[in-house]
Design a protein around this ligand. Structure first.
Ligand SMILES: CC(=O)[C@@H](O)[C@H](O)COP(=O)(O)O
Ligand SMILES: NCC(=O)COP(=O)(O)O
Length: 251
């Protein structure tokens, strides 16, 4: 069954705009769960621009679904993960000036260091995922460092979809889908879990949800945006309906 991890960073973005206490990401997590989320994702950025340490601590206490902690592969973040023990830690690249994550982690370029990070997380009982571009060399390096999960960066696909006027059959979109599919096949062939995410929304999610063997999609900005008008439960419910319809799994 394909699963939905709801990223609630942007609930914290809104709160941090006023440095106040609302809206509460923990409340958003409960609402997302009630709407059918299978997991909650947060990115604790080194600059703490949205999610704060205290949010992750409260989410760890409150959430009844899997917690996926996105983080840079730094000693500070590994220490936080080892204390809080999310079910999964996803290693992502971070740029101080980026608006959101711009590309996948270059696993090939830092295999030795990342092997040690994955080992420390595994010793704490945490499954490591890596957020990578749809490139076979990165998938193979992910397997070598001991990652159990790869999340394929769907940003380039989403970008192509948007630029093609949401034409899922256009050549540029089909080319991006083929890259994600090939990376997914390689991930599964190497015995890892195939996840995908970034910039997926209510219009572009179905071709990705339809891919063979994709286990989990992580979606944030589009769901939080829809939730502003429709409510979190309804936004999650609708996203999950679209995913399951595409995956041929019903609701
Ligand atoms: C790794 C990824 O694709 C996104 O989850 C992103 O890291 C979310 O972080 P921001 O909400 O800060 O963009
Ligand atoms: N890892 C991707 C994620 O958690 C959500 O990204 P987005 O939907 O906010 O772009």
């Amino acid at each position: 069954m394909i699963e939905l991890g709801v990223n609630i960073d942007h609930v914290a973005t809104l709160r941090q705009a006023r440095r106040t206490w609302e809206p509460d990401p923990a409340w958003a997590a409960v609402e997302a769960h009630l709407g059918g989320a299978d997991g909650i994702t947060v990115h604790l950025r080194e600059d703490r621009r949205h999610i704060q340490d205290e949010d992750v601590r409260r989410l760890r206490e409150l959430t009844q679904v899997k917690l996926n902690l996105e983080m840079a592969a730094t000693d500070e973040m590994v220490g936080i993960a080892c204390r809080l023990k999310p079910e999964m830690a996803m290693l992502v690249p971070e740029g101080r000036h980026e608006v959101t994550t711009e590309g996948g982690l270059d696993v090939v370029a830092q295999e030795a260091r990342l092997t040690s990070v994955v080992g420390r997380l595994a010793d704490a009982g945490i499954v490591t995922s890596v957020f990578i571009d749809a490139e076979i060399a990165q998938v193979e390096a992910a397997a070598r460092i001991g990652a159990r999960v790869c999340e394929i960066h769907t940003g380039p696909y989403a970008h192509a979809f948007h630029n093609a006027g949401r034409d899922a059959e256009s050549a540029s979109v089909l080319a991006e889908i083929a890259k994600v599919r090939e990376a997914g096949d390689a991930i599964r062939g190497l015995g890892m879990r195939f996840n995908a995410g970034h910039a997926l929304n209510f219009y572009n999610v179905q071709p990705i949800a339809r891919l063979a063997g994709v286990r989990e999609l992580h979606i944030g900005h589009a769901i939080v945006s829809r939730a502003v008008f429709a409510g979190m439960r309804e936004a999650v419910r609708e996203m999950k309906r679209l995913m399951r319809e595409a995956a041929g799994q019903g609701c």
